[in-house]
Design a binder for this molecule. Structure first.
Ligand code: DOR
Ligand code: ZN
Length: 345
């Protein structure tokens, strides 16, 4: 394994990110903007971002939170509902919206307004396919009969496979995949299907949730899975396949709502995202593959230019803060208080 003291790569992008709004937005945007050139911003605000006008207003609020002198481009998405009108799609495309996000109703944080039956969205999906708007999917069924740990695998057969048959030209990102089944399905599909993978699903298996007591800061959705799944995700991410790319799913919540009887799902990783990915790739002996995963594959899939500037990581042990200001509350980053091996210069 290389022990080079620095690692330089083309500036990466985060292809799946939650920024929230208001004071929380102002607290987290600088962390992402310090690392990434662009990010796909999730629309699951309260109320959700369902129209082009709302997305443009949200984009302007994000821009105001970017520190002076920092170049960061938020890429906006709309929240797909049963009632999203097909004719909104041309407006969205013309305004630079890149994608719509499919949340099965009830699958995760702020998904109550999500899709109850995918067939209700077919006219809108046809328009998206025609206009090359991407579909980003939270790939879990919500059927209470299906075990929580199986919801992603069942989503592939019940929803994703039929959807791809009906919309063969639609470009789809299977977001934050967590299972061997999903990695294999994406790998064997055509080039119109890709997947994002989070740093925490590359680093941890479900034991992390319970080690020494219940640990709510490791709880996210889809939930961490068994070690065989983590290993399959590491193989996919480090394989060099252009179908897999970086998406942190960094999802900040006030610490008191995670340390709660019914704690919120979401891991906050934006402060040290690229460092966490570097750790995962290094453990797999694949640091040379990090640049493709973090900086090339996503841009190529979305048809956007790769960045021309570079970032440098130094091999330097440092301790991640235990908590950070988050509006009136605090947010606790994943691995807070622990040591990391790499640090963004
Ligand atoms: O863990 C998660 N948190 N998964 C999601 O799908 C949503 C996200 C959030 O918005 O907090
Ligand atoms: Zn997410």
């Amino acid at each position: 394994m290389s022990t080079a003291p620095t690692l330089t790569l083309t500036r990466p992008d985060d292809w799946h990110l939650h920024l929230r709004d208001g004071a929380a937005l102002a607290a987290v945007v600088p962390h992402t903007a310090a690392q990434f050139g662009r990010a796909i911003v999730m629309p699951n605000l309260r109320p959700p971002v369902t129209t082009t006008a709302q997305a443009l207003a949200y984009k302007a609020r994000i821009a105001q939170a970017v520190p002076a002198g920092v170049a960061f481009e938020p890429l906006m998405t709309l929240y797909l509902t049963d009632a999203t009108p097909a004719d909104e799609m041309a407006r969205a495309r013309d305004a630079g919206i890149v994608a719509l996000k499919l949340y099965p109703a009830g699958a995760t944080t702020n998904s109550d307004a999500g899709v109850t039956d995918i067939r209700k969205t077919y006219r809108t999906l046809e328009a998206m396919q025609r206009l090359d708007l991407k579909l980003l999917v939270h790939g879990e069924v919500t059927d209470p009969e299906v075990d929580l740990f199986d919801r992603e695998a069942v989503f592939i057969e019940r929803v994703l496979a039929p959807l791809r048959r009906d919309f063969p030209a639609l470009k789809i990102v299977f977001e934050h995949i967590t299972t061997r089944e999903a990695a294999q399905y994406v790998e064997s599909a055509d080039a119109r299907l890709a997947a994002t993978i989070t740093a925490h699903h590359l680093l941890y298996n479900r034991n992390a949730l319970f080690l020494g007591g219940i640990r709510p800061h490791y709880y996210c959705l889809p939930v961490l899975k068994r070690e065989v799944h983590r290993q399959a995700l590491v193989r996919a991410a480090t394989s060099g396949s252009p179908k897999f790319f970086l998406g942190t799913d960094s999802a900040p919540h006030p610490a008191h709502l995670k340390e709660h009887a019914s704690g919120c799902a979401g891991c906050y990783t934006a402060l040290s995202a690229i460092e966490l990915y570097a750790e995962a790739f290094e453990a797999a002996g694949a640091l040379q593959r990090l640049e493709g995963f973090a900086a090339f594959h996503g841009a190529d899939f979305y048809g956007l230019p790769r960045h021309r500037d570079r970032i440098t990581l130094r091999r330097e042990r440092w301790t991640l803060p235990e908590q950070l200001p988050f509006g009136d509350a605090v947010v606790k980053p994943l691995r807070g208080g622990e040591t990391l091996a790499w640090r963004l210069a």
